[in-house]
Write a protein that binds this ligand. Sequence first.
Ligand SMILES: [Ca+2]
Length: 538
Amino acid sequence: MKAIRLVGLTGLLLLLLLGLGGAEAQVPTEVIPYQATGYRFKVYSPGTTPGDYGSETFDDSAFSVGDAAFGSGGGCPLQSTVATTWPVNTELVVRKTFDLPTGATNLAVMVSIDNDVEVFLNGVNISGGLVAHGWCPTLDQLWFAAPDSLLRAGNNLLAVRAVDRGDESFLDLRVLLDAGPAPPPTVPVGVGPYGVAVNPAANRVYVTNYYSRNVSVIDGSTNTVVATVPVGSYPSGVAVNPGTNRVYVANADSNSVSVIDGDSNTVVTTVPVGSGPRGVAVNPGTNRIYVANGGNNVSVIDGTTNTVTATVPVGSGPSGVAVNPTTNRVYACNWLINNVSVIEGDSNTVVATVPVSHLEPYGVGVAVNPGTNRIYVANLYGSNVSVIDGDSNTVVATVPVGSGPLGVAVNPGTNRIYVANGGNNVSVIDGTTNTVVATVRVGSYPFGVAVNPGTNRIYVANHSDGSVSVIYDPPSPTPTPTPPPAVGGTVDLERGPSAASADAGDSPALPYVAIAGAAAAAFAVLGGAWYVRRRRAR
Ligand SMILES: [Ca+2]
């Protein structure tokens, strides 16, 4: 039996390439739609697929002809769209020819898969080998861009190998022209990546893997996992003290916090805390660690002794927690009653309570800009972010973002706020205007977000596809004396090696606009049901 499934909303997204600097808007053209007919296909036993299946000269005359989607077994939502049986625990090759007009550019193959996939276009591998995938397939989940040099007027050949590893199989795809820039590169991590934290001093990124029960350590200079550290059960929130190079992981199902030494990448101790810890935050100045326990309180850990020195009662269902080291104030989000408890760090007492709306239950949805003393809180079902002024403890702005916001992070250097939305994208908020200036496509069901202010890299945990998206968002250049009127900011997507060689130029952000109403409602129902089921499962 598979564990609880997560459902993405990508299929509900309307893609609008708004263009920048007054450029004409460009809408992608669908060359091959989902559930297309007339694929040539063949099922192979594991490991027996011919190595040249992607070649243009490969003989597929003995293949059968069938319609997408291909699949069998399981209960993921897309299974209802299966038209041709593909048995589980086998491999599948599908081949399809299609025509392109003269001058076609920016082709993308967007794949929905359970489990793994490899894509060839005109005999060339455009997926970089077999790409592993877990969990339910979602539409547009994987995106493979083809270099323009590979495209030709008239007949083209798509060849795809799909590998199933049990339980349920699924393959469907679509091909777009004028698809816009590819999403930022991703780093494969464990199953169910959840929280993210960065140690800027060491340029290390820590990602909790909820179902793998470990922490992936990413080297920010190479975007590779350099260590995997086993921790407790259902690791959720994570925080770093850069001064001590200690990493704190809230184990939601173990009622404990794992303390990782960032030098050795080992757990040096495990601290018992309250019930159902989700969010965790560090005040590097005082070396105190704050843990939001679902049992209505916040544990305060002394980082020198690794003991709980205080337990602060807050509201009902604290999930996320954040610290302003400058003011020594701690913000605990009580998701069951939709307000934020403000804790004074010297006395460990609640000095204010700020009403907000629709808080998220996962413990990744609050962040602080110490420089401006503004606190940002994700309102899951409201599809907006509340901006709290730390001086007055009042909400001074509410910023509409994408559907189902979960994770929030701040870059104090640029005063930009990054919000991970269930609609598989990240909203970028300008903290000076409290407006969304860009939207960046990421992986499936993004949860936690973290920023390295030193490198201006943003790390997004894609919960449903086991990866971390890496976004590069440098500071805006100094304005020239006669700038054109700004339409919006830009976010440069960090380019992978293959993409960089194919197109060395910078790519502007591709804004996506969600169909907010239906998507938000669907997300609310599905996300809430998922959480309740998870709670009951434990
Ligand atoms: Ca499978």
